[in-house]
Design a protein around this ligand. Structure first.
Ligand code: DAH
Length: 345
């Protein structure tokens, strides 16, 4: 059989030009290199070829196979690259992007920051203390006697101390931020003014108004000649800054072991403006914190010289303040981690 090499080469060139994509390249490969392709046919024709034709057919078919194989490989790489580029170009840059969700401070963190900022502007310094405390700092030093019900195992989480060095000093999860008063007074000589935000723990059954963990902010101001009127003036300013200028504040006599005299602080109900509604239990006032003048026993426990200093102290619950300020009726919602709630603040 005689092959028209001239014509074969022309046809190959023409076919090459028609290759536009991976599919037409594959057609091209099958036509020339496939099982029944041209090269295979040329090899097959060797059987019937004459002695003179054989070497020529052999040589030409090898040449064609080699040329087409290398063309195919090059072209394949090129097409793959083009298709990849095309994919990149086909991104619609005008389409709105997926914005990463922006986080923000938790409502309780915001409330802590707001409250601390008010006191910082008045010269107080923010201090923190450990959540695992000694029984001494949490109770004894605060003049809370050994038989006080709050010291019962049902009202305080005691920690089993593995640490031998803690022997004789029972450890507990602090039930109030007041022990930080003791730490601060032991570390610094007055004048001092601190606010102490932090978590506290009590084994209360969880319901709409109780949680086994919540947040408090403690305040302590100690100097020579601090008076009860300083306490009342300070908290009056605080209440108005946090709840608005129109809010009224009152002191109600109360008892805390670590202050004398002691008071509970009420603000006029922000909803009914003191007229009486369901939030304030129809009496027009909302209790928001405890306070008093630092008890001489507490000064004694930290080693201050008797009669040298006087001081004021106060403590408030952060969740309660946030619930009042934002009209939240269930404390558990702060800790559910539900963005539908958290993103409102
Ligand atoms: N520690 C008190 C409590 O958890 C709150 C408190 C009341 C703190 C009066 C004070 C204070 O510093 O003077 O109920």
């Amino acid at each position: 059989m005689d092959w028209d090499y001239q014509q074969i080469l022309q046809e190959i060139e023409k076919d090459k030009e028609n290759i536009k994509n991976a599919a037409s390249l594959e057609q091209f490969r099958v036509k020339y290199l496939g099982k029944k392709g041209l090269v295979a046919q040329m090899y097959a024709s060797l059987a019937k070829a004459t002695q003179e034709q054989k070497p020529i057919i052999g040589k030409k078919s090898n040449e064609i196979k080699k040329a087409i194989t290398s063309f195919f490989n090059e072209k394949k790489a090129l097409i793959q690259k083009q298709e990849k580029n095309q994919k990149r170009v086909s991104v619609d840059v005008t389409m709105p992007g997926v914005a990463p969700e922006l986080g923000h401070a938790h409502i309780l963190t915001q409330t802590v920051n707001d409250i601390c900022a008010i006191f910082e502007a008045l010269g107080f310094v923010v201090q923190e203390g450990p959540e695992i405390e000694t029984e001494f700092n949490n109770f004894d030093a605060l003049n809370i006697p050994g038989d006080h019900p709050s010291r019962d195992g049902f009202d305080t989480f005691y920690v089993d101390a593995q640490d031998k060095s803690a022997q004789g000093r029972n450890l507990l999860l602090r039930s109030q931020t007041s022990p930080v008063q003791i730490r601060v007074m032991k570390a610094y000589e007055p004048p001092l003014a601190v606010v102490v935000p932090g978590k506290v723990y009590r084994p209360d059954a969880v319901d709409a108004s109780h949680s086994f963990m919540f947040h408090q902010i403690e305040g302590l101001l100690v100097d020579k000649d601090i008076k009860f009127s300083d306490l009342k003036g300070l908290l009056q300013v605080f209440c108005q800054k946090l709840f608005g200028q129109d809010i009224k504040m009152r002191f109600r006599p109360h008892f805390f072991p670590f202050t004398e005299p002691s008071a509970e602080v009420d603000i006029s109900c922000y909803i009914c403006k003191g007229k009486g509604c369901s939030v304030c239990g129809k009496n027009g006032w909302l209790e928001i914190m405890g306070c008093g003048m630092v008890h001489p026993q507490v000064f004694e426990a930290v080693g201050y010289k008797r009669g040298k200093y006087t001081g004021l102290a106060f403590g408030l619950g952060v969740e309660r303040i946030a619930m009042l300020k934002y009209g939240i009726h269930d404390i558990r919602i702060f800790f559910d981690n539900d963005n539908r709630f958290l993103n409102q603040f």
